[in-house]
Ligand binder design. Structure first.
Ligand SMILES: [Zn+2]
Length: 96
């Protein structure tokens, strides 16, 4: 959630802009800010939230597409000896 004024800040139970950003540990000081949707929500500077999101995306990309000489840890395949289930099978999601 984007926080752009004092009313938004009060709604997320942050009392003042003097509270610290959990990422950089500096006072929030000015808008805009971002509220995380974690189990225990926190308010971040927009730049800090973007940096965290970018780091997560880079880590995920590196995990699924590691640079040489490393190989992927997981390769998703379908075993040819097993017949495909009927459309959707017993799952609620249609697999085709
Ligand atoms: Zn910060």
């Amino acid at each position: 959630m984007l926080i752009i004024n004092d009313d938004h800040l009060r709604r997320v139970d942050v009392c003042s802009l003097d509270e610290l950003c959990p990422s950089c540990h500096k006072p929030l000081r000015e808008y805009p800010l971002l509220l995380s949707d974690e189990a225990e929500p926190s308010v971040y500077h927009v730049a800090c939230a973007l940096q965290l999101a970018t780091e997560i995306l880079v880590d995920l990309f590196t995990f699924f597409c590691p640079p040489a000489p490393f190989e992927r840890l997981f390769v998703f395949t379908v075993e040819p000896s097993q017949p495909f289930p009927q459309s959707g099978g017993s799952d609620a999601i249609n697999r085709y």
